[in-house]
Design a protein around this ligand. Structure first.
Ligand code: FAD
Length: 453
């Protein structure tokens, strides 16, 4: 009698460097590969539209790759705490393996399933695969989580270096008969009418093979200029790996090791360290979320609760969402986002600052829009960065530092290429609000926070 091992895939849609899959193969029994679309467990944040699009295609790619190796990807929908034990019972599985998640309620869901299955005599093991450093291992001298990036990253770098990535398995023997699963097409992850995903299709090829090609191309062609030009949205020198890391088509261990062992790293140590420290910001965002799970809804700095947001003007929010503010760099960014599902980091900062500080709209409304439209939207990086811009977050830009979108454009889009590409019609249009006056209004409103400190 065989007792299969279940690998529960989540935000790790890859075959290489997959410790849970490796553990299942090492156990020597047939492997059942499972993905659960859980939109029903209490507190789970529903995925945004762009994320659903990506998930559909990444699952399709993973399914094909598993099939080529003798396995199948079983798709089930429902609360994970019901679905996973049900698949264990149906397959008579003796073990379940997964890679860890760091958000709530996911951590609680996983802990509950682990304890129930263990009580039932099933082996369960979880692994570190999506962060380079486990959040509980990076603590200050006073045994607290870090709240400032530079010492955080130094503490990480003083820990043992991230382990080497695991190779991709060649064969993944499945059980003689696979359990039933849903048809991916029936999950309705793709838009129907209107079909707004044309720009995503033009821009992206989700899935592990394309992710690996992009990493290679970035290291060969772009890393050398990363330090110098990473803030220029038209330069195209950043890695474009954020959705790959979000969905786990690549692990940070792969990115880390391939980077430090690349020929470019030898020749360009400065840009290499700079790039690795950006992975550090990703770690910092996730560690912050681990210690402060309400990051998407609550101010990380409690004194910001005293900030009184004026009544929302829906027409202002909509103008920002549609890229019709009359501020060229803001409009270009918002249209890039709508078309491609990503936006250059510098422009994310500028558009976010404009929403929060010039339009005086609560950062949560911006976070929600990005959550719905970004293909890389993740539970940590998105709210962490919104709070960073708003001034309410960890190691945040001070509230009184208001990005001037016109000066930012002069500095980082000197020749206007980015604005010409995304919002050629925006220059010369009447602006939604006067930049100077709205900046002053934000600073006045901020006085309330200062008084609350
Ligand atoms: P690169 O410059 O090539 O950086 C390499 C990797 O480092 C990225 O892929 C990403 O994983 C990580 N990284 C870089 N900068 C940051 C950062 N500031 N915070 C966290 N990780 C970082 N990033 C997301 O992955 N998901 C989000 O939902 C997200 N929302 C954001 C919202 C706002 C308001 C702002 C200002 C930034 C946000 N970012 C988010 C961070 C950053 O803009 C993107 O990670 C970056 O633009 C992705 O492009 P890249 O892969 O070419 O980055």
């Amino acid at each position: 009698m065989t007792s299969p091992s279940i690998v529960w895939f989540r935000d790790d849609l890859r075959l290489a460097d997959h410790p849970a899959l490796r553990a299942a193969l090492d156990r020597g029994e047939p492997v059942v590969c499972l993905y659960v679309l859980d939109e029903e467990s209490d507190g789970v944040r529903p995925l945004g539209g762009a994320a659903r699009w990506w998930l559909h295609h990444s699952l399709a790619s993973l399914g094909e790759r598993l099939a080529e190796r003798g396995a199948a990807l079983i798709l089930r929908r429902g609360p994970a705490a019901e679905v996973v034990p049900a698949v264990v019972a149906e397959t008579d599985a003796g073990a379940v393996f997964w890679n860890r998640r760091y958000s709530l309620p996911e951590r609680d869901i996983d802990a509950g399933i682990k304890s129930d299955l263990r009580d039932a005599g099933v082996e369960v093991a979880s692994f570190a695969a999506s962060l380079l450093f486990e959040p509980w291992t990076v603590r200050t001298g006073a045994d607290k989580p870090y709240s400032v990036f530079t010492p955080f990253w130094k503490a990480c770098r003083d820990l043992p270096a991230p382990r080497a990535p695991l190779p991709e398995p060649r064969d993944i023997p499945g059980p003689r008969s696979q359990p039933d699963g849903d048809d991916l097409e029936d999950w309705g992850l793709l838009p129907t009418t209107p079909d707004w995903a044309g720009g995503l299709r033009e821009t992206w090829e989700p899935g592990e093979p394309a992710a690996r090609r992009r990493l290679r191309a970035f290291l060969d062609d772009d890393l050398a200029d990363y330090d110098r030009s990473r803030d220029e949205p038209a330069a195209g020198v950043t890695s474009g790996l954020s959705p790959r890391l979000r969905w786990g088509e690549l692990s940070p261990y792969q990115v880390w090791h391939e980077t430090i062992h690349s020929a470019a790293a030898d020749r360009h140590p400065g840009p290499t360290q700079r790039f690795l420290s950006e992975l550090g910001w990703r770690e910092f965002a996730w560690h912050t979320l681990f210690h402060f799970p309400d990051l998407a809804t609550r101010n990380w700095r409690a004194e910001f609760d005293a900030f009184e947001w004026p009544r929302l003007k829906p027409s202002h929010l909509e103008a920002w969402q549609k890229g019709r503010t009359g501020v060229p760099l803001v409009d270009a960014g918002m249209r890039e986002l709508w078309h491609t599902g990503v936006m250059h980091n510098r422009v994310r900062m500028v558009t976010a600052s404009y929403l929060v500080k010039n339009l005086l709209i609560d950062w949560r409304r911006g976070e929600e829009w990005f959550w719905d439209t970004l293909v890389d939207a993740d539970a940590a990086s998105n709210p962490f960065n919104w709070q960073w811009v708003a001034g309410s977050g960890a190691d945040a830009a001070p509230y009184f530092r208001v990005f001037n979108p016109e000066l930012q454009a002069e500095k980082f889009d000197k020749h206007g290429e980015y604005v010409r590409q995304w919002a050629p019609d925006s220059a010369g249009v009447e602006q939604l609000v006067d930049l100077k006056r709205s900046r002053q209004a934000a600073l006045d409103a901020y006085e309330a926070v200062k008084r609350a400190r």
